[in-house]
Write a protein that binds this ligand. Sequence first.
Ligand code: NAI
Ligand code: MG
Length: 497
Amino acid sequence: MSLSVQLDTPHAGKYEQPIGLFINNEFVKPVDGKTFEVINPTTEEVITSVYEATEKDVDIAVAAARKAFEGPWRKETPENRGKLLVNLANLFEKNLDLLAAVESLDNGKAIAMAKVDISMCAGCLRYYGGWADKIEGKVIDTTPDTFNYIRKEPIGVCGQIIPWNFPLLMWSWKIGPAIACGNTVVLKTAEQTPLGGLVAAKLIKEAGFPPGVINIISGFGKVAGAAIASHMDVDKVAFTGSTVVGRQILKAAAGSNLKKVTLELGGKSPNIVFEDADIDNAISWVNFGIFFNHGQCCCAGSRIYVQESIYDKFVERFKERAQKNVVGDPFAKDTFQGPQVSQVQFDRIMNYIKAGKDAGAKVEIGGNRKGDKGYFIEPTIFSNVTEDMQIVKEEIFGPVCSISKFKTKEEAIRVGNSTTYGLAAAVHTKSLNTAIEVSNALKAGTVWVNTYNTLHHQMPFGGYKESGIGRELGEDALANYTQTKTVSIRLGDALFG
Ligand code: NAI
Ligand code: MG
C-alpha cells in the first residue's frame, strides 16, 4: 500500500488523501504495518483504509516530539512560533473548501456547517499565533537584597487525544495553545474520523514547522490513546471525549509519570425558557441548541425547560420548527442535519430512544431511523419525562431532547443544576435581572443568554463538575500549556555565616 490514495468529494473534487502516520514532517508506515477502515456514515461504505499507530509508533512519535522540544524548537523565538501558527491559519483558509469537504465525507456533517468549522479553525490558530509573543512572566519584590522573577515555560511533549464530532476544530483547539506556548505535540485523531487531520498534517509542513514539532497519528483509543496517556515521556495529556475515558486518562496519568491532565468531557446541558422570552428567537436557539451537528455536541442543550404559562404553545411551535430541519446528504446545500458518525453511535442513540419510550416518555416528533441507508435519525423530542429517566440523566449525543415545564425561577435553577455534568446552560428571557440571577446560579462553565452554541476562540470553554478539568480557548488555555518557574537571585551576602 502506498502512503496516499486518490479520493473524490462532491464539494471539492478529487484530492490526494494521505493515509500514513505524520511523524517528523513525513508520512510513514507504522511499525506493524496495520491499517483500519474509514466508513462513510452517509453510505455506510468504506472510503479508504488508513495506517494504524500502535504503542510502538507512539514511542517513535514521542521520541520525535522530545527531540524537537529539546533541540531547535526550544530556541525558536516566540515571534516565529506565532508566524508559523498564522501561516497554518492562512493555509486553512486557502484550503477551506477541501478541508470542509473532507470533514463532511468522513464525519457526515453538513457542508455548510463544515465550512464554518474550518473558518473557526483558522480563527483559533491565528488567535494563538497572536499569543505566542505575549506569554510573559513577572518580577516579584520580596526583600531589597533579592531579585525574583517568574517565567512561563512550556511543559514539554504534549499528548492530545481528540474526538470525532469536530475533528479539525478540536485539532486546532489543541494545537494552537500548545504551540503558542512552545510545546511539541503528538496528537491522535479519533478512529472514526482520521482523514481531515492527515490532510491538515500536510499543511503543517507547508506552513514551515520544523520536523517533530507537531506529529499526527491515527489509531484506536485502547491502543494508541492509552499508550499516550500512560507514556513516561509525555509531560501533559489533553483529552476531549467521554467521561468514562476521561477517568481512565486520569488513572493512567496517576499510574505513570503524573503528567498534567486537562479534560473536556460530556454534558447534559439545560436550556431554560422563561415566559417573557422572545418566543421566535428562543425557539430558533433551542432548535439549534440541540440539533446542530446532529446533536453530537458536548454542550448540546438536551434538557429543555419551559415556563408553564407558555409551555403548550412553545412545544407546538418547537415541533413545527424542528420538522423543518433538512435531514439528508451532507453535501446538499440546504442540509442541516447529516448522519450520525458511526454504527456504534447510531445504535447507542436508538437504544436511548427505546429506553425513553419504554419508560413512558411521549414522543412528540421523531423517534425513528430516517431512510434505510446511512446513520440518519429523525430529530426527536420527548415530553412527559421525569428527572430520573435515563434519557434525562445521561448524555445521548444525538438529535434527541427532552422538554418539560417549570413554575418558578427557583425551580428552573434547581432542575437546571440537577445533573452530574456542568459544561453549558442557557437562559432565554427579556429580563436582565432574571438573566443575571439565573446564569450566576447555574453550575456550568458557559451560560448563554438568548443564544446557544455560540462558542468563540477568545472565550474560555470547559466544564464544572464531571464535565472536565481546565479550560480551553481564550487566555485561560495558556495555563494548560505553561508551567511557572520562580527564579530567586540573592544580591546580598551570605545569610548564615
Ligand atoms: P471516546 O471517549 O471513547 O473517544 C474520544 C477519543 O478518546 C478518541 O480519540 C478515542 O480513540 C480516545 N480513546 C478511547 N478510549 C481511550 C483510552 N482508553 N485511552 C485513551 N484514549 C482513548 O468517545 P466515543 O466512544 O467515541 O463516544 C462515546 C460517547 O462519548 C459519546 O456518545 C458521547 O456521549 C461522548 N463524547 C463526548 C465528546 C465531547 O465532545 N465531549 C466527543 C465524543 C464523544
Ligand atoms: Mg469509545
